[in-house]
Design a protein around this ligand. Structure first.
Ligand code: AOF
Ligand code: ZN
Length: 338
């Protein structure tokens, strides 16, 4: 095996280790580490749980003895900060480690900065091996820190001809129970769920995960401060209304994204309705689309997309999953940068 193939193989093992920490490390990234002596793996480690040791710490702890000339493979740049535990950088002794191979930089400015420091200590650093895989593993974490907004999933349920409700707003139910359950699970793995005023008023939804796990924080757009009597308010939602919101939909979305970022919301599920989803589509503030399609035709009603596009408009979407749920179909698209 040549050196590149060997490096790849060892980084794959580090990534596999990292996956063992999902979902327990959230909202931290999943990180894995392998320590190699030139002929065999001496130890591995991963970040097991939020607040506990980082991957490098675990791998170093699992070494039988400190010997010279070791290589560390780690799926994220080692941290330089003292957070819930000490800085991983301080554990990487140049007397022991000759080389550190890192899949991708840490986008969190509080923790990053070790690459130059390691080099200054005389350690050889190789950056970028299996970067794409490492980013994919922690896509929410990367979007949150790099774009300074939550990772946004737009979800809707429609008929085969693209309607999400009848003309009178009635929509219960378009998709089957299993499809709805699937989305309850998605709610349980998102920090927050957002709906617009019309959906709140017409559906008076629960927005919980219905026993699938924890409930997301509710985020409500209430333009006219008119929804205070809804049951949803008992759940203490984050509410955006006038005067902080204006008639400029783009500004409103940016304001909300910025505020949710400050509130440390790393992932946001947007469940509509049509106007809200269309605004996120129009301003291209989203990372993933979950479309649930049921074998029904309405002919007229509320269409999911309220904007105007030409056929040439390209959203740069990548089809990542399709799933048959009874007679329904779930389609998942991702923005192709993630
Ligand atoms: C590493 N190795 O295994 C992980 C890192 O709150 P703390 O103290 O646990 O720090 C969390 C931050 O540390 C997180 O946002 C990310 O920047 C980095 N995570 N770093 O060197 C690891 N999980
Ligand atoms: Zn660390």
């Amino acid at each position: 095996m040549n050196n590149i193939a060997l490096d790849k193989k060892l980084m794959f093992i580090a990534l596999k280790e990292a996956k063992r920490g999902i979902p327990y490390v959230y909202p931290n990234p999943a990180v894995g580490c392998v320590i190699y002596d030139g002929s065999k793996i001496l130890s591995t480690g991963y970040h097991k749980k939020f607040g506990e040791n980082h991957a490098e710490h675990e791998a170093i702890k699992n070494l039988d003895e400190m010997v010279k000339g070791l290589t560390m493979y780690v799926s994220l740049e080692p941290c330089t900060h003292t957070g819930k535990t000490g800085a991983c950088f301080d554990l990487i002794d140049p007397e022991v480690f000759d080389r550190v191979v890192i899949a991708e930089k840490d986008p969190n400015s509080e923790a990053s900065g070790s690459i130059e420091k390691l080099k200054k200590r005389g350690i050889k650093v190789d950056l970028g091996l299996l970067k794409h895989e490492a980013r994919k593993l922690n896509k929410r974490f990367y979007v949150f820190h790099e774009k300074k907004r939550p990772y946004v999933i737009l979800k809707y349920a429609s008929t085969l001809d693209g309607f999400i409700a009848q003309e009178n707003g009635y929509s219960k139910w378009i998709t089957n129970e299993k499809s709805r359950k699937e989305n309850h699970f998605t709610r349980s793995i998102c920090d927050a769920i957002l709906i617009g005023s019309n959906t709140a008023r017409i559906d008076n939804p629960d927005l919980g995960s219905h026993g699938c796990g924890r409930d997301p924080k509710i985020v409500l757009i209430d333009f006219d401060n008119a929804l205070g009597s809804l049951d949803l308010f008992k759940k203490k939602p984050i509410v955006y209304s006038s005067p902080e919101l204006s008639n400029d939909a783009g500004k409103n979305i940016n304001f909300i994204m910025n505020d949710l970022y400050k509130k440390n919301i790393q992932s946001l599920l947007v469940e509509g309705g049509a106007k809200t989803i269309s605004n996120f589509l129009n301003f291209e503030i989203f990372d993933e689309l979950h479309c649930y399609v049921a074998p029904k035709f309405l002919g007229k009603g509320l269409n999911i997309f309220q904007g105007e596009n030409s056929i040439e408009k390209n959203y740069n979407l990548e089809l990542v999953d399709t799933k048959m749920i009874g007679d329904d179909l779930k389609i998942v698209y991702k923005k192709s940068y993630t």
